[in-house]
Write a protein that binds this ligand. Sequence first.
Ligand code: PBG
Length: 329
Amino acid sequence: MKSIGSYPSTRLRRNRKKNWSRRLVQENELSSNDLIWPIFIREGKNIKEPIETMPGVYRYSLDKIEKLVEGAINKKIPMIALFPNIPSSKKDNKASEALNKNNLVCKALRLIKKNYKQIGLMCDVALDPYTIHGHDGVLKKNYVDNDETVKILVKQSILQAQMGCDVIAPSDMMDGRIGKIRKALDKNKFEDVQILSYAAKYASSFYGPFREAVGSNKSLKGDKKTYQMDFSNNLEALREISLDIKEGADMVMVKPGMPYLDIIKSIKENFKIPVFAYQVSGEYSLIKNAVNKKIISENSVIETLTGFKRAGASAIVTYFADKIAKSLK
Ligand code: PBG
């Protein structure tokens, strides 16, 4: 872009001088329509359990869920995402619990869909909450087996759709799963169930608090670098996105968020698909802890979320959604 004009006839501070003027020239504005709120669920009754690594975020038993959903609807949050914390007694090598139609996620989906149709429900498709080793897929000789895992993910997706999930969100990074899941959904008459692919998901240190929240951190053996992306790469993200679009993704996700704004922008420039950003648990904890200690101000939250919009994100998954929606129009 060539810059036009020069000082002193051009003074950029003129437009910034008054509050009303700043509002007129504002280029991006965050609203509650941009937010997706992740909620952690657990077994039991009347439980609101703090997550130590994520101050202000809790695991809720299902009897607490309806209140939360009502709150989200009142604040005009368009969608919530459900993440289960499964007791280790229900985890195994094959992630059997993922396919149990009475598992936590299925129960929550049925409960919410019964009474609330006006909010979107999104569910992760991946096996890590259900495997004893904490990986997103099944292991063969200590390596996450792609094709065997995809077979289970397809079943997990169909089950979630049957229970009322609106947006199937595979976060596992297996090859070819979007195409297989789309085909199976269509075959089972779920043509209208959307797929949000975690297409560009990086092997990141910022997932630590989430793994604590769903209870996979202690069990996780090794890292996820054989399936999640290397954080040095950009072009590879574009290849992932183009494959997932071809396979039938309706929306794509970039994850984590803040260190990857360039990826959001380059996807936006290369493809015309809605891109979502995930401001992950580690990003949340960084900001929240600094705000709690009064090191930075609470306004930093809107600043980071608006940054995602500026980069080109259509929506943002954030643990701040519920709190921040209150302060937005
Ligand atoms: C599981 C999954 C992870 C997150 C969402 N789904 C963690 C991981 O891949 O290890 C991370 C979310 C967050 O950190 O907030 N596939």
